[in-house]
Write a protein that binds this ligand. Structure first.
Ligand code: R5P
Length: 280
């Protein structure tokens, strides 16, 4: 078995190769003069683990090309971050079900697919091959334990994140709660922990994705108003659209952490170990 990746998941692929003992394959990427993507792998014949986060259109095309270049081998597809997964319903007539379109396209030529904290597990059914996911809750729990945070309050920013935040908190037996939004007036929204008090607490907001960071930035301001000693944020997929990382720090978030499913300067925990477990 060998590991090969798109340009978008090189570091995670190298870590996965190290964890598994599989050989890491060299790939060269370039473009044709008209801008079309081109790649060439140095592999052939062996069963392959193809790793590629779908962070945008070029990443998707690169992944499709890489899967095709591996034909003739048995291909296990690892999608650390599946972009387009949040459009997982037709919210209004005429819209695409983007998650289905992407899942079907990348199922072609692979034997199975393994994802990391997909936005909604329902997306797995759109694949045309067996598809499963792994969660980085244990990695985030372990990482936070070593940051020296004293008895943090682990908060989910919304209903969708409750299960994940609870799994992170359970790693260390920490308190967990969810933020509840209440509209005080047309201009004022209040956001506070539903059951616990943030006063004097070290708060860590946990989400699967940080995209624009808008909700987190607002929550942070309000948590400080409620007396929180400190607010940090940890996620799996650090999208950080439109300057979100800076926006979060400017709103008073002390630290923002993410994994290497999208390779960032603040990728401080890796999906490699959990992906390896998922491959076994
Ligand atoms: C949405 O349901 C996700 O779990 C995240 O909460 C969301 O994608 C974060 O988006 P943003 O950073 O733009 O608030």
């Amino acid at each position: 078995m060998k590991v090969v990746s798109t340009q978008y998941s090189q570091i995670l692929a190298a870590r996965l190769a190290k964890e598994t003992g599989y050989e890491l394959v060299d790939v060269r990427f370039s473009r044709f003069p008209d801008g079309e993507l081109y790649l060439k792998t140095g592999a052939g014949g062996d069963d392959m683990v193809v790793v590629g986060s779908i962070t945008g259109s070029d990443a998707l095309v690169e992944l499709l090309l890489l899967i095709d270049a591996c034909q003739g081998a048995e291909v296990t597809l690892v999608i650390p971050y599946m972009g387009y997964a949040r459009q997982d319903k037709q919210f209004s007539p005429g819209e695409p079900l983007s998650a289905r379109a992407i899942a079907q396209a990348i199922s072609q030529g692979v034997t199975r697919a393994l994802l990391v904290n997909v936005h909604d597990p329902g997306v797995l059914r759109f694949f045309r091959v067996p598809a499963t996911q792994v969660s980085l809750a244990p990695e985030i729990g372990t990482f936070l334990e070593h940051t020296g945070l004293s008895d943090p309050l682990i908060l989910a920013p919304d209903d969708g994140a409750v299960q994940f935040a609870s799994a992170v908190a359970a790693e260390n037996g920490w308190d967990t709660d969810q933020l509840e939004k209440t509209r005080v007036s047309a201009e004022e929204v209040r956001m506070e922990p539903k059951n616990l008090c943030a006063d004097g607490r070290n708060v860590v907001i946990i989400d699967d994705i940080i995209s624009t960071g808008g909700t987190l930035a607002m929550a942070t301001r309000l948590l400080y108003e409620q007396g929180a000693a400190d607010v940090s944020a940890a996620c799996v997929h650090g999208v950080f659209a439109g300057g979100a990382y800076a926006r979060l720090l400017a709103s008073g978030v002390r630290s923002v952490f993410c994994s290497d499913t999208i390779e960032r300067g603040c990728s401080v925990y890796s999906a490699a170990r959990m992906v390896m477990n998922g491959l076994l």
